[in-house]
Ligand binder design. Structure first.
Ligand SMILES: [Zn+2]
Length: 512
């Protein structure tokens, strides 16, 4: 009996050791020289998931080239997200950009750590982890997907299967907290000319679009980012809040963009505590990959620690903000970053190429404040002709509710007439200024017209997508990008999406 027990113990010891070795990522096994391929990622995840009842794996979509996109669902409860009134759901996605591999490599290590030494981080939260959004780009070492689309500029149009899959996952669960893991290029021409390389090992950015609930923005900036940063610094990495830009002549330094075509802000617009991590990268893809990966692991683990510490508070902030989302009567369709006289410069970690030292520099041209440039009153609903099939398909991809008018009806509508379109610059990129005139008239809506009520979880998103003056929507360069609805903005023509101030007396067919 004793011998047999001993044998069982021996066998289990040997097999768990064998497994522990198997659980090294391909990058670790190679002595930090070879990046993990998509196939190796899948081979690594399968036994890891099978080893624990705390995690399940599902395929959430398929890339352009036919590769599966896996998601891991971590929970200490029998059913994922079954304690939603007590535990926030957190969603972390990595490697939307294929040439930012440390995000994926770190996600694989974080998955292993959560099932071992860091399992206590799952006491107060449930986690969805997508370790690789862009398998095609990753295997080619390129930023974009297989048909040359930048997935993190595609969260308005959602034309790509990879970004579409991420949004369906988000809409399935409506996580309270989301994080998107990237790398940034630290070596930039104008910075080198001035004698510097950006030197934050890890940057963490939050939501800045001011349509998002102020309490979420406040908690992000004053509590979540500084606390997470202190943890990352204690792990030995240089940290800063995420900035972009150039502190030089004609330059601007700001907290990234207010656009909602990236993952951070597109999920934030639902009043989500939504973030982006940017790890430092320079040189070729494997340059300093061990340090880069460990920095990303530190940022992700500290991110989860901050969420864990504030789990209750986060749940209450987000639940409150989402309850209030339909009550905002204004949609802020244009905003920009402005200087703050009280904070004229920003102290930022740099590598000084003259003294060859890691140091800090006060950056000029700092614009920390977001101010509103244009707002419009939210209508009760938008409406457009049923022949606008491309728009219907887009709204369906966002799961925005649409109704079909049952019979002809005379009603008061607001129509925009496009007078002039002028070229402009917005956040340093090409944009348009639309000069228009709004008329209010009574007209007959045809049976079959599509009505989009401005209500529910997407009530911040809908006007931003549909208003012609929105810098974030389907007709703008920063919203629609190369897939923008160009034909909707024609000088001398009415804008095809009209506004209704009331839909009280309309009859509808079954929803679209
Ligand atoms: Zn990126």
């Amino acid at each position: 009996m004793l011998n047999r027990l001993f044998l069982v113990m021996l066998v289990s010891l040997v097999s768990s050791q064998a497994l522990a070795t198997d659980w090294q990522t391909p990058l670790e096994k190679s002595g930090w020289t070879m990046l993990t391929t998509h196939k190796q990622l899948m081979d690594y995840l399968k036994p890891l998931v099978d080893s624990s009842p705390m995690v399940e794996m599902k395929t959430i979509g398929t890339s352009v080239s036919g590769n599966p996109i896996p998601a891991l669902y971590f929970s200490k409860d029998d059913t994922f997200a079954s304690q939603r009134d007590k535990k926030p759901v957190v969603m972390i996605i990595a490697q939307q950009h294929g040439d930012e591999p440390s995000s994926k490599e770190a996600a694989m290590i974080v998955a292993r750590r959560l099932l071992n030494d860091d399992s206590s981080l799952l006491n107060k939260l449930d986690l969805i982890l997508v370790p690789q959004v862009n398998p095609d780009g990753s295997d080619k070492g390129s930023r974009r997907n297989a048909i040359d689309m930048d997935l993190n500029r595609n969260h308005v149009i959602l034309s790509e299967p990879e970004s579409y899959a991420i949004h369906q996952l988000f809409l399935d669960w409506m996580p309270e907290v989301t994080l998107d893991v990237h790398e940034y290029n630290a070596v930039l021409d104008r910075w080198i000319e001035a004698g510097y390389i950006k030197d934050a090992d890890e940057m963490l950015g939050g939501v800045t679009n001011v349509n998002i609930d102020p309490e979420i923005i406040h908690f992000t900036r004053n509590i979540f980012i500084p606390e997470t940063g202190r943890g990352v610094e204690e792990d030995g990495f240089r940290f800063h809040r995420y900035i972009v830009g150039e502190p030089f002549e004609n330059g601007v330094v700001r907290f990234s963009t207010t656009a909602i075509n990236d993952s951070r802000q597109s999920m934030g617009i639902y009043n989500t505590l939504s973030f982006i991590i940017e790890g430092k990268r320079y040189g070729n893809l494997t340059n300093e990959i061990e340090k880069r990966t460990k920095g990303q692991v530190s940022a992700m683990i500290n991110f989860l620690k901050t969420t864990d510490r504030h789990a209750e508070n986060i749940l209450s902030i987000v639940v409150q903000a989402r309850m209030g989302i339909a009550q905002d009567s204004q949609s802020l369709v244009q905003m920009d970053y402005f200087p703050d006289p009280e904070k004229p410069t920003l102290n930022f970690p740099v590598f000084d190429l003259k003294s060859w030292t890691h140091t800090n520099r006060d950056l000029d041209s700092f614009r920390p404040s977001v101010r509103i440039k244009k707002s419009v009153r939210k209508p009760d609903a938008y409406y457009f002709d049923a022949k606008e099939t491309r728009l219907i398909a887009l709204l369906k991809r966002h799961r925005i509710g649409m109704l079909k008018l049952k019979r002809d009806k005379e009603i008061t509508t607001e129509t925009y007439h496009i007078k002039h379109i002028t070229d402009a610059v917005d956040e340093g990129k090409h944009a348009f200024v639309v000069d228009l005139k709004k008329t209010i008239q009574t007209e007959t809506l045809q049976a079959g017209a599509i009505i989009v009520p401005v209500e529910g979880a997407a009530s911040n998103l809908i006007p931003l997508l549909l208003e012609p003056e929105s810098n974030y929507g389907i007709v703008s360069t920063r919203g629609g990008g190369k897939h923008r609805f160009e034909s909707y903005l024609v000088e001398g023509k009415p804008y095809p999406v009209k506004r209704l101030s009331s839909i009280e007396h309309l009859d509808f067919e079954e929803p679209e």
